[in-house]
Write a protein that binds this ligand. Structure first.
Ligand SMILES: CC(C)(COP(=O)(O)OP(=O)(O)OC[C@H]1O[C@@H](n2cnc3c(N)ncnc32)[C@H](O)[C@@H]1OP(=O)(O)O)[C@@H](O)C(=O)NCCC(=O)NCCS
Length: 197
């Protein structure tokens, strides 16, 4: 189990993501976690700003199983005192570029937390740990995240983690209730991360 501080990662197993922060544990999702995640995943306050709104339980379970076999998929369950309180996804991919582009150096991060555990900084703590882990252990050089501009909790979280807003897409994102709305893309380079205080 690795201890993950804001900047440091002491050690970690190679095969799967197992991290520990001050208050949280980040570990692969287990089959028995799925029912617990489904307790909050389809709540209106959770789905309001998600691209995938309601998820079908069977398809959801199958997707988690598939992801466990994908070496580029580093999604984790976040637990507090043994209870799953959220998930963080991290998909490693190859950046755009001409032939010769180094593979697998960019990652997209995402996060969904149970609102019952909201407002304690847990999501920020978990995402920070995953960012640190990606740069330190996965050979990632650039992390991105996208959100609706009006998803204020997500915007705040990304800015607290130290990510830079590099795109404001005016009317670029469809929302089922609101129609075309603005979206943001955030990014962070490993070199920016290492320079942060
Ligand atoms: C985004 C999400 C993970 C944030 O969870 P959280 O428990 O609020 O996260 P944290 O406690 O770590 O911090 C969030 C920050 O946003 C702020 N925040 C939360 N809700 C806010 C709101 N409605 N308006 C403005 N700021 C808000 C918090 O105050 C906190 O900032 P602070 O520490 O400066 O006070 C959670 O809201 C969630 O799971 N939402 C549903 C799924 C989702 O939208 N995921 C992101 C898709 S892009």
């Amino acid at each position: 189990m690795a201890e993950v501080g804001r900047r440091s990662l002491l050690s970690c197993p190679v095969a799967s993501t197992n991290l520990r922060t001050e208050r949280l544990e980040l570990r692969p999702v287990r089959d028995e976690d799925i029912d617990r995640i489904l307790e909050y995943r389809n709540l209106p306050e959770v789905t309001r700003w998600l691209l995938r709104t309601d998820v079908d339980p069977a398809a959801f379970r199958a997707a988690w199983r598939r992801s466990a076999e994908d070496p580029h998929d580093h999604r984790v369950a976040v637990t507090r005192d043994g209870v799953v309180i959220g998930t963080v996804s991290l998909d490693v991919r190859t950046s755009m570029g001409q032939p010769g582009t180094p593979p697998g150096t960019e990652a997209e991060v995402g996060y969904i937390f149970d609102p019952r555990y909201g407002g304690h900084g847990y999501a920020t703590e978990a995402v920070t740990a995953m960012v640190s882990y990606s740069f330190a252990r996965l050979g990632v050089r650039r992390i991105t995240a996208g959100c609706y501009a009006d998803n204020l909790a997500s915007v705040r979280l990304l800015e607290k983690v130290g990510m830079r807003r590099e795109q404001h897409g005016v009317g670029n994102s469809w929302h089922a209730e609101l129609g075309w709305v603005d979206g943001y893309t955030y990014a962070l380079l490993a070199e920016e991360w290492s320079k942060q205080p």
